[in-house]
Design a protein around this ligand. Structure first.
Ligand code: SAM
Length: 284
């Protein structure tokens, strides 16, 4: 696989189920001169399973800067490298960005070898709009920063996709329910492609109650959380029917301000939009 300048292959590997390895991924990993892996111990098991004996080198978030220089030199000598991560598609909440960017900047061909990705697998079976979505990766670990992170995404109208670690799933879902509102549709996709795969479809309020009451063994593993986008219409002044209906019901008992505030909490729509509608609804 040698040429004037080598090629960098970005190769997806399974996210649990080894059958999700593609034939092409096996061939490329067998043919390249070097495999740059996030954790060589993890990847060795995968390579062993497929009888691949290509040399491995570690390329992870702590050494990527220095490693990139060496790997570029290797590529410039005409040798080919495959980049893999512990699971799924490299660079998707995984290392490799620096290497890919440097390779492109140095005129090296970068070829994706597609395969599993937890975010896309979860989205494809979530039953939430897929025409437009926003991959958000991991929310910050600290409570304050996490709340701010969700606040900043509260009015996003696209389907939101988050990765979450098992020890933070309860806290994160709780924050999402509080910030996005309990009525938003949401999906928790756990342990995709693995033995204990479960996909829960509910509202954030429902999921919040469910994870809070679950015993620890159901909260183990890896999670993707998907949240329906805000139903606030991007065009100011054009609310959807459900938001209008909620405001009208609340106006029967509450002041304009209170109805708008409560409706904003329920629907995730901006308060001032609802307030404006509540004023006009009261007039008529
Ligand atoms: N590069 C990977 C990909 O393509 O999906 C993601 C790597 S990221 C470090 C690991 C996170 O991805 C996990 O914490 C979890 O949120 C999600 N994830 C990975 N595998 C998963 C699976 N089998 N089921 C559900 N979520 C998974």
């Amino acid at each position: 696989m040698s040429n004037d300048v080598g090629t960098l292959y970005v190769v997806a590997t399974p996210i649990g189920n080894l059958e999700d390895m593609t034939h092409r991924a096996v061939r490329i990993l067998s043919e390249v001169e070097l495999i740059a892996a996030e954790d060589t111990r993890v990847s060795r098991k995968l390579l062993h399973h497929y009888g691949i004996s290509t040399r491995l080198t570690a390329c992870h978030e702590h050494n990527e800067r220095n490693k990139t220089r060496n790997l570029l030199r290797f590529l410039q000598q005409g040798k080919c490298i495959a980049l893999i991560s512990d699971a799924g598609t490299p660079l998707i909440s995984d290392p490799g960005f620096r290497l890919v960017r440097s390779a492109i900047e140095n005129g090296i061909r970068v070829i994706p070898v597609p395969g599993a990705c937890a975010a896309i697998a979860a989205l494809s079976s979530a039953g939430l709009p897929t025409d437009s979505f926003s991959f958000e990766g991991f929310a910050p670990a600290k409570k304050g920063a996490r709340a701010k992170f969700f606040e900043e995404r509260k009015h996003e109208t696209r389907t939101l996709i988050f990765y979450e670690a098992s020890h933070r799933i309860v806290a994160s879902i709780g924050d999402m329910a509080a910030i996005f509102g309990p009525t938003r549709k949401a999906v928790i996709a756990r342990e995709l492609t693995k033995k204990f795969e479960t996909i829960r479809y509910a509202t954030l309020g429902g999921l919040c109650a469910e994870v809070a009451s679950q015993d620890a063994k159901h909260l183990r593993g890896e999670f993707v959380v998907l949240v329906e986008g805000s139903r606030a219409n991007a065009v100011p002044g054009t609310l959807d029917g459900e938001a209008k209906r909620i405001v009208q019901i609340l106006l029967r008992q509450l002041s304009t301000k209170q109805a708008a505030a409560l409706a904003a909490e329920i629907t995730g729509v901006r308060k001032h939009e609802l307030y404006r509608f509540a004023l006009s609804a009261k007039d008529t």
